[in-house]
Design a protein around this ligand. Structure first.
Ligand SMILES: Nc1nc2c(ncn2[C@@H]2O[C@H](COP(=O)(O)OP(=O)(O)O)[C@@H](O)[C@H]2O)c(=O)[nH]1
Ligand SMILES: [Mg+2]
Length: 329
């Protein structure tokens, strides 16, 4: 086995970090490492914490990490930052907030920028979670700013999704409208010290009751005051309940639990995504390289060719995926 892979499996923080950097750089050599690491995944439990900027997600992650460490669990943290002009410096803020954990070898922290991504959760996050899983982390916390598509994307990695809100932000209606109801396994109202927290929690509960279809799991609403570490144990208890609900056999015959099924579906989705991306990258590279394809682009641009039929025609070419491609094996 590759030495670096062995180091990652052993939980070596620097090796984990290097592997993640290679992944971010799309270093072809990392593919074989990921393949080896994949056999050692499935142990970690992944929790997504999503919500609008400023609700206290990072503070919460920090406190929850402290609690998990006390329970003797190791933790991986992935903070996805939109890196927009409005949240500039928030990664630095998170660093300060989580400083005490940077010195703890049982905690690994990584920030991921969403800059240049078309919204949504960066695809790399799934790979990073896999690396942390293989490295033996018991719990992986993924903090994402809940704006539209990113929010939905968290379902693609997290076993339990915690949607964090706070009073006075007027987020309830908006958030539930945006389909947050569908993704939340647990609702969290942070900043419980502020006016209106109870009202907000009651509002969410009322909305859950109005849900048309009976829910297999009714999301609890948890109140916290993250900056003072209040409500963290309660939050963890709800997460554990949700985990137990997911791991119970789905039916009387009970071959697969919901968790197993979710993970199977996710791996399949990921394969299709990988296929899509790889195919697209290869095609783009080829179009860039080949003169005949360049003129195709020109004709599409000037209106000689219609984009959709041209795409279909191109895809029908039998030589399209021939091995003139760089094979990154
Ligand atoms: N009043 C109050 N402030 C809090 C609470 N939790 C976090 N904060 C503060 O809210 C601000 C934003 O927190 P942060 O964790 O960076 O939010 P994020 O953008 O969701 O990650 C910080 O100044 C925190 O100290 C809380 O329970 N009550
Ligand atoms: Mg944050």
């Amino acid at each position: 086995m590759n030495d670096e892979v062995a180091r990652v499996l052993g939980g070596d923080q620097r090796a984990i970090s290097r592997t993640m950097t290679s992944l971010e750089r799309r270093d072809p050599a990392v593919i074989s490492a990921i393949k080896l690491l994949d056999h050692h995944t499935g142990h970690a439990y992944c929790i997504g914490i999503t919500g609008p900027p400023g609700v206290g997600k990072s503070t919460l992650v920090d406190r929850l990490t402290g609690h998990l460490r006390k329970l003797g669990l190791t933790v991986g943290i992935i903070a996805v930052d939109p890196d927009s002009p409005f949240s500039g410096g928030s990664i630095l803020g998170d660093r300060i907030r989580m400083q005490r954990h940077y010195l703890d070898s049982g905690v690994f922290i990584r920030s991921v920028s969403t800059r240049g991504q078309g919204g949504g959760l960066p695809r790399i996050v799934k790979s990073l979670v896999r690396v942390l899983d293989a490295a033996g982390k018991d719990v992986i916390l993924v903090e994402t700013v809940g704006v539209g598509q990113t929010e939905l994307g968290i379902m693609g990695v997290a076993d339990t999704v915690v949607v964090a809100l706070m009073p006075e932000s007027g987020d309830t209606i908006q958030a539930l409208k945006a389909g947050v109801l569908e993704i939340a396994d647990i609702f969290l109202v942070n900043k419980a010290d502020r006016e209106g927290a109870d009202r907000m929690a009651a509002g969410i509960r009322a909305m859950l009751q109005m849900a048309a279809k009976p829910l297999q799991w009714e999301p609890p609403v948890v109140l916290t005051q993250a900056d003072r570490g209040e409500g963290i144990e309660g939050l963890w208890a709800r997460i554990e309940e949700h985990r137990l609900n997911l791991t119970a056999p789905a039916d009387a015959g009970g071959y697969r639990s919901l968790l197993e099924q979710r993970r199977i579906d996710r791996r399949r989705d990921e394969f299709l995504e990988a296929l899509q991306e790889e195919l697209f990258q290869r095609l783009k590279a080829r179009i860039k390289r080949e003169q005949s394809l360049q003129s195709y682009l020109e004709d599409i641009g000037t209106g000689k060719l219609e984009p959709y039929s041209a795409a279909a025609e191109l895809l029908d070419r039998p030589d399209l995926l021939e091995s003139s491609f760089p094979q990154n094996e």
